[in-house]
Structure formats: C-alpha cells, structure tokens
Design a protein around this ligand. Structure first.
Ligand SMILES: [Zn+2]
Length: 467
C-alpha cells in the first residue's frame, strides 16, 4: 500500500514518457526483428563457431553510420570479433555493449521449422540464437545504431563488440580478445547477456533482473581404481562399483545455502510479485531464521533455476569406464560439473565433497574454471542506475533487482579487470520461451524485441548522452 502511494506520481510520469518514447522509437526499433532474422541466417553454430558472416552484416551497417569498425581476426580464421566505436566528446570514459556472435548447435530433427532461416511467424522470430544471444545482439546493435541515426550528442564513446567463442569456452573468446586488444575494449562499464525480463502467467512483466555476477563453472574429475582382470573372477575392488557408490553419495547430498547480497535482493523482489504462500517462502529463504530458510528451500528449490541461485551445485555430466564385456577395467571416472557462487572457496568445497563420499581410495581433482571467478559488479554506477531507470520506465509495474546469473558468461574478461558488467537478456520472455533457449524451436517475440530496444536505447542516452 505504502509502496503504491509513494510510487504513484513517478509511475504516471514514466508512463507518459514511455508512450512518447515508444512513438519516437518505432521506426528504429522495428528493424531489430529484421536485423535478427539476418543474423540468424549467418549460421555461427559452435563448433565450428564461424562468426565472420555475422560480423560482415554488422560491419556494413555500422560503417554506413560513421562508426570506427575493426574486425579482429584470430589464429582460427573462421572466428572473428568485431569492435564498432561511436565517438563521444571524450569527457567521460567509454561504455561498452557486448554480445557473443556464436550459438550452440541444433538437433535439426527436433525442430518444427528451419533453425537457420530466420523465420517470422505469428509475431515471433524463430531460429537458433533468437534468445541466446542473437536476439540480444540485434537489440544492443540497433540501440547503439539509433544513437548515430538520431545524432545524439555523446559525452563518451559507445563501443559495440560482437565476440567469438563464448559457447563452450573455446580458445578465442573474450579472454583472448582482452589480452590482444584491451585498449579497444577497455571501458568504464559494460552491458552483456545475463538477467531476465520475466513475464508471469498473465503475460505481464513481473521483474527485471540485472546480473551483477556470474556463477563459475568448474570441471571436477572423480576417479576410482581397482584391479584390472578377467570378468569371470570379480573382486571386491571393482572400480565401477566404487565409482557408483561415490556418485550415489553425491546424488543424495544437498549443498548448503549460499546467499549473495544480489540473490537476497532478487528473492525479496520475487516475494513482492508473488502471492502467499510463495511470497513467504521467497522471503524466508533469504531470511535470518535457519529453520524457516531450510523449509523454504525445500519448496523453492523444486524450481531448478531458483535451486541453482542459492547454492553451489554438483551435476555429473560424463562417465567413463570399461572397454569390453570380459574385462574388469582398472579404473572408472566421472566428470562432475560444479557451479560455484562467487566468493566460494573451491578447495573447501571439494574437501566437503570428499567427506560426503567418505572413501579415501576415490580421487577428486578439480581443474581451472572455464571463465575466471570474479567479484560482483557494484550497483553504484551510472550504468546500473541508467539501466534500472530505463527498466522502470519501460516496465512500470515490474520489480527491478540485481541478480546472480546461474551460468557463466564471457563477462569475466572485463569483470576480472575491474570493469563492472551488467547482464540482461533484453526482451520480455516467459517460462516456455526460456526452456527453448539452447533447445528446440527457439523464438523471441517481436513486441519484446521492440520493448528491449527501447529500454537499451534509453539506457545509453542516459549514461552516454551529453547533459
Ligand atoms: Zn549466451
């Protein structure tokens, strides 16, 4: 009640502003869908991750608008990065907008339409990357282009980057780009993929979550050894049985709650947009009472996304052992994908898993994370504030909250160098559309693309425009 009263006037002002901005932005943001369709047709499935065709589409458009455009080739000639810079007056440091140009592959037989034709149907654009992340790339690129088209006076450079090798963490990702071309992509802060503009069952946007940190992904190998011998004379030290016992212990184990400040804010926002009893569970899971938090966890964590936000997770992904019917193998191993909340101590976490397994003959070995773990980005920056303000203006009824992203992204190249990165999939989506990401019949609504383009354009005008 209090909230509704205090927010009444700004809400009306935002709604009026929102209407006029939509009217003005119509022509520019309409072409976000057509740009996306072109980008989908440039098949950049990784592997092999050829991004040159994507960069060619973007380079032509950016050059026509007077951007400084650089295509960075890598030792793998198919994988390129593009950096397009729109000059400001230099009184402030640059803002960077980044999007990966590669996509994951498809299981073609499971799609009901061609995944690389950029098909428009019933108000949606279909195709691999519609959500992750060619849709975001189209929104970011169009918003940046609109600054040039409308000759917005800029206090800082606006840099657009489309990157290779994000999906699967290949060798020529942003880490490689940062090492070889840092001065071209150095900025005060950056936008990338990350949080969600989430619709509820009624189709209205419930919340806008802006990721300020990513979980890190660490491969852990669990190995068992035994006597390699003829399978007609089994022994107690069978490596496959030993590995199975270890995995069974891990499968029955739930890791403890690890709540970051951003996660706490996110659940409080969820609580505000939910009805009892879920609103209470969302509050309790980040509350001070451990018993209530545990009870809330048992309900909230039935949702796999929410489960992943509140803890380090363990997921077996590969299992190996044995090679023929009449031989007991001398070893068996499993790869477990660990996903760590920022600030977690990897050695301590692996030691806790060793205790759970409780078998000193089982070996646990973690390797380096795919992307370096980095500290969360501060919410106290002009870019975070501009994005949050634009989100409120575009979706006046939605909660806006910082967020810990459940997966890893290539934002670590900037975060680990002290550049704050804020993540957003810049279009309203619902649970069904989210399931299709990396899945089948991936799609994004054209209305969502328009709203997203408007929101990012407003953000950039606010953070980079000359007052
Ligand atoms: Zn992505």
């Amino acid at each position: 009640m209090t909230r509704a009263c205090t927010r009444g006037l700004p809400w009306i002002a935002a709604a009026v502003l929102s209407w006029s901005a939509v009217a003005g932005a119509q022509a520019g943001s309409d072409s976000t869908a057509s740009l996306l369709r072109e980008l989908i047709r440039a098949n950049s499935s990784n592997p092999p991750g050829r991004t040159q065709a994507v960069d060619d589409i973007l380079a032509a458009r950016f050059r026509a608008l007077g951007f400084d455009v650089k295509i960075v080739t890598t030792p793998d000639s198919a994988k390129t990065h593009i950096i397009a810079r729109l000059r400001g007056d230099g009184s402030k440091r640059p803002v960077l907008v980044a999007a990966h140009a590669d996509v994951v592959g498809v299981e073609r037989e499971k799609w009901s339409l061609e995944p690389f034709d950029g098909i428009e149907k019933d108000g949606y654009v279909y195709g691999r990357g519609a959500i992750d992340f060619k849709g975001g790339m189209a929104v970011f690129a169009r918003a940046v282009m609109m600054l040039a088209e409308r000759k917005v006076p800029l206090a800082r450079d606006v840099i657009f980057v489309a990157e290779a090798d994000e999906e699967g963490g290949g060798p020529y990702s942003t880490e490689w780009l940062a090492k070889s071309n840092w001065s071209d992509i150095d900025a005060e802060f950056a936008l990338n993929e990350g949080g969600w503009i989430m619709k509820g069952d009624d189709g209205h946007v419930r919340y806008v979550s802006i990721s300020t940190a990513d979980k890190s992904s660490v491969p852990l190998t669990v190995s068992a050894r035994g006597t390699s011998t003829h399978s007609s004379m089994p022994r107690p030290d069978n490596a496959i049985f030993a590995l199975s016992r270890a995995l069974a212990k891990l499968s029955a184990y739930e890791t403890p709650l690890e709540i970051t400040p951003a996660t706490k804010q996110f659940f409080i926002a969820l609580s505000r947009t939910s009805k009892p009893p879920m609103s209470e569970y969302f509050r309790d899971i980040v509350g001070a009472d451990p018993a209530r938090a545990r009870r809330a966890d048992s309900v909230v964590s039935r949702d796999p996304l929410l489960h992943s936000l509140v803890r380090n997770t363990i997921a077996p992904v590969i299992i190996q052992g044995g090679f023929r019917n009449n031989v007991i193998p001398g070893s068996a191993s499993a790869t477990i994908n660990l996903r760590l909340v920022p600030g977690s101590n990897l050695d301590a976490f692996v030691a806790s898993l060793r205790r759970v397994i409780g078998d000193s003959t089982i070996e646990l070995k973690a390797t380096a994370p795919t992307y370096a773990q980095s500290a969360p980005s501060s919410e106290n920056t002009d870019l975070y504030r501009a994005l949050a303000k634009a989100a409120h203006a575009t979706f006046p009824d939605a909660e806006v909250t910082p967020y810990l992203f459940q997966a890893a992204t290539d934002a670590s190249a900037w975060r680990s160098r002290g550049v704050p990165v804020y993540g957003i999939y810049p279009y309203p989506i619902d649970a069904d559309e989210l399931t299709r990401m990396h899945g089948n019949d991936e799609k994004v609504s054209i209305a969502s693309l328009k709203q997203g383009t408007e929101m990012i354009y407003r953000t950039l005008v606010e953070v980079a425009g000359r007052p």
